[in-house]
Design a protein around this ligand. Structure first.
Ligand SMILES: [Zn+2]
Ligand SMILES: [Zn+2]
Length: 181
């Protein structure tokens, strides 16, 4: 059992070799993700997101065959950010569940099958990778957020501003001219 609070840098790994050989049925783990540089993405985590899961014997190996090892874990955490268009405060959630098969050797390109020849898996590295892929790239307060007026800065979700709008027809006409030439 890996515990986030006591977890040392050299304890980021789990050893499933004893599940391969049938000595153990299950290894549970739980630790915190330490988000790095997420402020640059305008994502703020008040509490470290949690990782919780297990590696387990999916099917017992017969004779000298290795047991079939499954890995499953969830990552959950709450973040604060801003709408990419109008900068309104937004609270969001990361809530992901992943399942993998751990094998000693594979030719498969399937990303859900992880080759772990000696049974030692860097679970923190894997969880970190999943976590960073789950981070939202561009968050909007609502799908059709109108954003802010580029000229006066008014939040256009609250109503139109009085700035003169450049008419779209001009640019369309210009484009047509270009295409005709
Ligand atoms: Zn917005
Ligand atoms: Zn305006």
């Amino acid at each position: 059992m890996i515990n986030g609070k006591n977890m040392q840098t050299n304890e980021n790994k789990i050893d499933v070799s004893k599940i391969y050989n049938g000595e153990e049925k299950e290894i549970k783990f739980e630790f915190d993700i330490i988000p790095e540089n997420t402020e640059n993405m305008d994502l703020f985590f008040e509490r470290a997101p949690k990782v919780s899961g297990r590696a387990f014997e999916k099917a017992r190996g017969r004779g000298k065959a290795d047991s079939y090892v499954g890995l499953e874990f969830g990552i959950s955490g709450k973040y604060k950010t801003h709408c990419a268009r109008c900068f309104a405060d937004i609270e969001g959630e990361i809530d992901v569940f992943k399942e993998y098969d751990l094998v000693k050797k594979t030719e498969s390109e399937n990303e859900d099958i992880i080759e772990v020849p000696n049974g030692i898996l860097d679970i923190r590295e894997l969880a970190d990778t999943v976590f960073y892929l789950e981070l939202p790239f561009c968050v909007l307060c609502k799908e059709d957020c109108k954003g802010l007026c580029e000229t006066c800065g008014k939040n256009l979700n609250e109503g139109p501003c009085t700035c003169k709008k450049s008419t779209g027809s001009n640019s369309l006409a210009d484009l047509k001219k270009l295409l005709d030439n």
